[in-house]
Design a protein around this ligand. Structure first.
Ligand SMILES: [Zn+2]
Length: 259
């Protein structure tokens, strides 16, 4: 009918949008696809959804404002990220840290049953030490680690390998190899939050590169700092050291220029 004389894209978009809504189109919804059934090759962003379908009605991984809570375990930190009533946990601390992670979940008003994802930045024991306890408690959650580190992590159920460019819970996975080969960082672009694991360290409000003493390939680790310096984020949180909550990517850029 009138589609033929549509010269303006805006109207066309409005019509297409209305069509998608009114038809309840499910073909484009990332939450409705078969979880793990037909993996899209990692040439484009893969949207990883929980393998459990039990929480499907409320599991909107990329929707809603992000809330985050540090689990300060003293020597190392883990993080609880929440959107609405769903959560992801990034890193699990040393063995015996599940109770403190549970406390952080309570601070954001959630419980283990609302945890859909457990992301491990890398294979070191102070980050994966409680993965067994955490995945047992968050029994519906999927665990993830960088593909090159997955094999070195003992887990009660198989971990999903993730790659640079993947997306989990609305978080962009950034491959940051060097500290370990499979090290990943995760970035929430909208919230401006980077969870850097050990790719960076907090140092009294400043940001330093990975600790050479515990880093397997410092050249690659420095290249990963430069990679992170290309991103924009106000807040950066680390495995070690205090979070930086303003101007964090400026500090990473300044650090990268010294490398
Ligand atoms: Zn480490």
């Amino acid at each position: 009918m009138f589609l033929s004389d549509l010269g303006k894209g805006t109207l066309a978009i409005a019509i297409l949008g209305a069509g998608a809504c009114s038809s309840g189109a499910t073909s484009t919804s990332p939450t409705s696809g078969p979880a793990g059934g037909s993996e899209v090759p990692p040439t484009t962003t893969r949207l990883l959804v929980p393998s459990s379908t039990g929480s499907a009605p409320t599991a909107m991984p990329a929707a809603g404002e992000l809330d985050w809570e540090r689990v300060n375990l003293g020597f190392v930190s883990a993080y609880v990220l929440a959107r609405g009533n769903r959560a992801a946990i990034v890193d699990t601390g040393v063995a015996g840290s599940a109770a403190q992670i549970d406390e952080a979940l309570q601070v954001v008003g959630l419980t283990w049953g609302e945890v859909d994802h457990v992301l491990l930045t890398h294979m070191h024991g102070d980050h994966v030490g409680s993965v067994g306890e955490v995945l047992d408690a968050a029994s519906a959650a999927t665990g993830y680690a960088g593909a090159a580190d997955v094999g070195a992590i003992g887990s009660p159920r198989p971990l999903e390998p993730v790659f640079d460019g993947d997306e989990v819970f609305g978080l962009q996975v950034i491959g940051t190899p060097g500290h370990t080969e499979g090290h990943i960082s995760v970035l929430d672009r909208e919230a401006g939050l980077l969870v850097a694991g050990d790719a960076l360290n907090g140092d009294d409000g400043l940001i330093t590169g990975p600790n050479p003493q515990f880093t397997s390939d410092i050249e690659r680790a420095n290249a990963s700092v430069k990679r992170l310096a290309q991103e924009q984020f106000d807040t950066a949180v680390f495995g070690h050291g205090d979070p930086v909550t303003t101007g964090a990517s400026d500090l990473v850029r300044a650090l990268a220029e010294t490398l």
